[in-house]
Design a protein around this ligand. Structure first.
Ligand code: GUN
Length: 282
């Protein structure tokens, strides 16, 4: 049986450290860290994510404000909101919950967020810095995965890391981080041919495909380290992209769903919010 990579426990530890650091920062500067979240529409998954982010922020002593708008919001209105938040001295982090309605140019609005306040690290400024290997604000999910690997003393150096999925939020930044950590990185996607012949070579396999239980033991090499980014709700139950029962004996390490990558994403958001704060409040 592979060892469980307990993201939930690690996230709890990090949230506790963030809480202590937040208290110290408030005492030192007299300013409370403040995260502003823009939520457009009523997508149930986004609602769940945003309320988890709000709860975790409050528990860590970070102020959070949710700005709710309905899907009829115009691009100009959204840009106005972002500009106001950029200029608001009391706001240190800005998060635009994705997805946003199709009539808004998401690339344009994401890049309107002041890079100093871009807690998601989705702006071109931080994407470029990450790809160049410089210090950057890094998207929370891949950052959380790197923290899990580090906590369990898994060094990617020299390992073949295969990332399934090429999204801006997970796959691409994950590949950059693993490359920066000296892994040999392969990215697969929906057009990849003979995918199992690639995933079977993975020492570290990060799966972010959004298909419940897609990855069974035929995809993995014996002793592989498995990271499951998927969360799908089927008949009220949560499943990852990896079929846990099928792979658990063959893997050396595995993140469970729930309790693996998900809680780490939120913990990293808190860390990124403090990172922004420390860069602004001096
Ligand atoms: N939608 C799904 N995941 C994320 C995320 O990490 N950040 C934002 N802003 N939206 C998301």
């Amino acid at each position: 049986m592979g060892k469980i990579l307990d993201g939930k426990a690690l996230a709890k530890k990090i949230r506790k450290a963030v809480k202590i650091e937040t208290e110290n920062l408030i005492e030192k500067h007299g300013v409370t860290p403040h995260l502003a979240v823009i939520l457009i529409g009523d997508d149930p998954a986004s609602e769940t994510y945003v309320s988890s982010k709000e709860r975790a922020s409050k528990r860590a002593g970070i102020k959070s404000t949710i700005i709710r708008k309905n899907t009829s919001i115009s691009e100009a209105e959204l840009i106005n909101i972002i500009n106001d938040l950029n200029q608001d001295k009391n706001v240190h982090g800005i998060l635009l919950q994705l997805p946003i309605p199709k009539h808004i140019d998401s690339e344009k609005v994401i890049n309107m967020i002041d890079p100093k306040k871009d807690v998601d690290g989705f702006s071109n400024y931080h994407v470029a810095r990450l790809n160049k290997g410089f210090d950057a604000l890094v998207p929370c999910t891949p950052l959380g995965i790197m923290e899990i690997l580090s906590e369990y003393q898994i060094d990617p150096k020299g390992k073949h890391a295969v990332v399934m999925g090429r999204s801006q939020i997970v796959g691409k930044p994950m590949a950059s981080l693993l490359l920066k950590a000296n892994a040999t990185v392969t990215v697969t996607h929906s057009k990849t041919q003979k995918i199992k012949s690639i995933t079977n070579q993975a020492d570290i396999l990060v799966v972010a495909v959004g298909k419940a239980k897609m990855i069974d033991e035929s995809y993995i090499k014996s002793g592989a380290i498995l990271i499951d980014v998927g969360i799908s709700r089927v008949d009220g139950k949560l499943y990852g992209d990896i079929d846990f029962d099928s792979v658990k004996e063959k893997a050396s390490y595995i993140t469970p769903v729930p309790g693996g990558v998900g809680p780490m994403t939120i913990a990293m958001l808190l860390k990124n919010t403090l990172k922004c704060y420390k860069n602004i409040v001096k």
